[in-house]
Every structure is written in C-alpha cells, then in structure tokens.
Design a protein around this ligand. Structure first.
Ligand code: APR
Length: 188
C-alpha cells in the first residue's frame, strides 16, 4: 500500500490503492450509469457491499427524475457501507475525446463535491470515473480528475479530505504521475 498527498489550502488530496467500499470517509462516490441500474466495476462492488437499500433509493430517484445525465450526481444513503452517503455520478462514455468528455468528467467531480458539501461531509472518496467500462484513457482522465478536484477545493475550502481510491497498479501510477505534474505546476 502506497499513498500520495497534495495540500490544497486547508484541504488534503490523497491517492490510495484499494477498494473504495472499505473507505471510512463520510461519502463514497459511485461511477454509475444513467439509469442507476447497478452494473459491474465499482458500481457492482458498492451495491454488493452496501446491500439492497442503496438500490431501492436509486429506483426511487429514477422514478422521480427519469434518468441521470452524464456529469450530474445524486445522493443515497450508504446502506451497510462504512460511509454514510453514496454519491452516484455518471461519467462520459469515451468517444475519442471530441464529444465534451473532459467537460463532463470534470463536472462529475464538481457536482459530487457540491453534494458532499450540502450534506456536510468532511471526507469524500472517489474512484477513477469512466476509466473502466466507459473506456476513458487513464492518462487523459487522471489530470482532468485531479485538476477538477483541486480547483474546486481551492475555491470552496471543503471537504477537508478527498481520497482517490485507485483499484489497480495502472490506475494508481497514472494518478500518481498526474498528481506529481500538478504539484510541480502549482510550485512554479
Ligand atoms: N474500488 C475502487 N475502484 C474500483 C473498484 C472498487 N471496488 N472496482 C472497480 N474499480 C475501478 C476500475 O478498475 C476502474 O479503474 O473503478 C474504475 C472505473 O471503472 P468502472 O467501474 O467500469 O466505471 P466506468 O468506467 O465509469 O463505467 C461505468 O460501468 O459498472 C458499470 O454501472 C456502471 O454502466 C456503468 C459503467
């Protein structure tokens, strides 16, 4: 287990390798689909570990709003997870990079952090949104994700702690490299 850290004002951004369902942050973010139907990847893991309460709330939300567009986010309880809240967001499906994918991906992180602040979460865990089934290249997604989060933390100064849970070595390395680059730019 290795970790990396960047201070953003009074907030801290951390990279960790591991399973987000074990995160003890106040909220965890789910890389969901527009129907909040559950699926594989991190979505499947969150619903398996959190139990059926989370899906019941997702169904209720979809009955109210129809579908959740890419870049948007909604909140449910955490069920049996250690986290009290799950923030479900829908990343863009990679289509080559000219279909506003970067804007939509950045919006996932911003809207999720907005919801976290609304619920007074002091700590939030993110997965690497869109880089699994949705096919967003890791080397391009990592800087978009980290820039969106650091810019938002700089403006809002909350939540205190944001952790990226990177599941595999490849994801962890891509984010560690992007964070190093971002830190170097911030220093200059
Ligand atoms: N903890 C942290 N990260 C995880 C976990 C976990 N338990 N399980 C998988 N991941 C990682 C994947 O390895 C990948 O790096 O999350 C990243 C995002 O991959 P996906 O879960 O496939 O998410 P995404 O690319 O956004 O695709 C969303 O997949 O499962 C479906 O319902 C979901 O349709 C939606 C689509």
């Amino acid at each position: 287990m290795s970790s990396t850290f960047l201070a953003v004002g009074n907030c801290g951004l951390y990279l960790e390798q591991g399973d987000i369902t074990r995160s003890e942050t106040d909220a965890v973010v789910n890389a969901a689909n527009s129907g909040l139907r559950g699926g594989g990847g991190v979505d499947g893991a969150i619903h398996r570990a959190g139990g059926p309460e989370i899906m019941a709330e997702c169904r209720q939300i979809i009955r109210q709003i129809g579908f959740l567009p890419p870049g948007q986010a909604v909140r449910t309880g955490g069920g049996r997870l250690p986290a009290q809240h799950v923030i479900h967001t829908v990343g863009p499906v990679w289509q080559g990079g000219h279909a506003s994918e970067a804007e939509q991906l950045a919006s996932c992180y911003r809207t999720s952090l907005d919801i976290a602040r609304t619920w007074q979460c002091r700590s939030v865990a993110f997965p690497s949104i869109s880089t699994g089934v949705y096919g967003y290249p890791l080397a391009q997604a990592a800087p978009v994700a980290l820039r969106a989060v650091t810019a938002d933390l700089r403006r809002q100064q909350a939540p205190d702690k944001v952790i990226f849970f990177l599941f595999d070595d490849r994801s962890y390395s891509a984010y560690a490299q992007a964070l190093e680059q971002l830190a170097a730019e911030t220093d200059t």
